[in-house]
Design a protein. Structure first.
Length: 313
């Protein structure tokens, strides 16, 4: 049952959803104003955040919440799940901390995100429809994934508003010795501090280094500028036809119905995934290791690792 084998691979090889290649995605049906939510979608007081000047800044979180006029605190479990989804799917354009990247705007200060208040009602349509003409691809996420991302963005905006409690990894507070130990047990199978990662801290500032090891995005998104993908990080695929002829190359596109690759000469090949065509598909994602690690790090692990990597000047 080749098909079974192929779909098992699909499940096993879950990777961030890359937006489809050409042609660019269609605007969603029924979007009367094109892919942009019309002005009607914005609450009347767009741009204004309620503030509560009466409350004094307090040490405890509830007081600070009030002081900044922040709504309910995000659910930490949902926000953590949202962070994983965000880092793997959105950070490439919007930055690991959502405060903007080379190809996507700052979401922490986005009025649309502020009005969403962690509900997903404002963010959801943008995620599901994208804004293809502006370089924002669409994603097929379920309601829970959207809510989780909304909770993560809420946590980010509250952390930014609330500077007193704003501790991000940019501040190097970890223990480099503990980081070195974590490195040898979790990273050394693929990396070496004297080989490929030698002088890594001289190459990147701390914040960039942090996002590189959390998720070294090397996928390219069609039609968007950005860092050139590192070939070592590209997902590759081999498709073997029933005749035994096989094609290998960089994975360009994959969904439930089709798969496409471009071979070493740059030629694009695609196949329909039909029950009877007997294709054997073998996908290799070199960043799988990083994706797995993302789910495992504790805050302390991340601080320690960053402190350790910072010693590799
Ligand atoms: C390929 C780059 C890219 C990726 C990947 C991407 N975005 Fe975007 N996103 C953009 C661009 C560009 C815009 C600005 C569109 C515009 O100007 O209207 C945008 C806009 C947005 C907005 C609207 C902001 C506002 O103030 O109007 C939200 C919300 C958003 N993105 C969330 C996400 C989330 C969540 C993900 C991951 C699931 C994601 N984006 C992935 C490029 C990207
Ligand atoms: C299963 C293999 C694997 C594991 C395990 C792994 N990595 Fe990676 N890592 C890669 C690949 C592949 C790349 C992308 C190619 C590249 O940039 O070297 C990469 C990229 C990186 C980069 C970016 C390098 C650059 O020059 O931009 C850093 C930093 C990094 N990894 C750190 C880590 C750390 C820290 C750990 C452990 C917590 C780790 N990696 C675990 C395979 C792995």
């Amino acid at each position: 049952m080749v098909l079974l084998a192929a779909s098992a691979l699909f499940l096993a090889g879950q990777e961030p959803q890359a937006p489809p290649g050409n042609p660019p995605p269609e605007p969603p049906p029924g979007a009367a104003n094109g892919p942009h939510p019309g002005p009607a979608a914005k609450p009347p007081n767009a741009g204004q955040r309620p503030t509560n000047e009466a409350a004094a800044p307090g040490r405890n979180q509830e007081n600070t919440q009030n002081f900044f006029g922040l709504g309910a605190a995000p659910d930490p479990v949902s926000a953590a799940r949202g962070q994983t989804t965000f880092v793997t799917n959105c950070a490439f354009c919007h930055g690991t901390n959502a405060n903007g990247g080379a190809t996507g705007p700052d979401l922490v200060r986005s009025v649309l995100v502020l009005h969403d208040e962690g509900t997903g009602t404002q963010i959801g349509p943008v995620i599901l429809n994208g804004r293809p003409d502006k370089g924002m691809p669409k994603f097929s996420f379920n309601a829970m994934q959207i809510k989780d991302i909304a909770q993560f963005l809420l946590a980010r905006s509250q952390a930014t508003a609330n500077r007193m409690e704003y501790k991000i990894l940019n501040v190097i507070t970890g223990d480099p010795k503990a980081g070195a130990a974590y490195f040898s047990s979790h990273c050394a199978s693929c990396h070496s501090a004297t080989g490929d990662l030698a002088h890594i801290a001289a190459k990147y500032d701390a914040a960039t280094l942090q996002s590189r090891f959390l998720y070294p995005v090397t996928r390219s998104y069609p039609g968007t500028p950005g860092p050139l993908p590192d070939p070592k990080g590209q997902t590759t695929v081999t498709v073997t036809l029933p005749s035994g002829q096989s094609y290998s190359g960089t994975l360009e596109h994959r969904d439930d119905f089709s798969i496409a690759l471009s071979d070493s000469s740059g030629e694009y090949h695609s196949w329909l995934l039909d029950e009877n065509n007997g294709l054997k598909i073998d996908i290799h994602d070199p960043l799988k290791g990083h994706e797995e690690l993302l789910k495992q790090y504790t805050d302390a692990d991340m601080h320690n690792l960053l402190a350790y990597l910072e010693t590799l000047k």
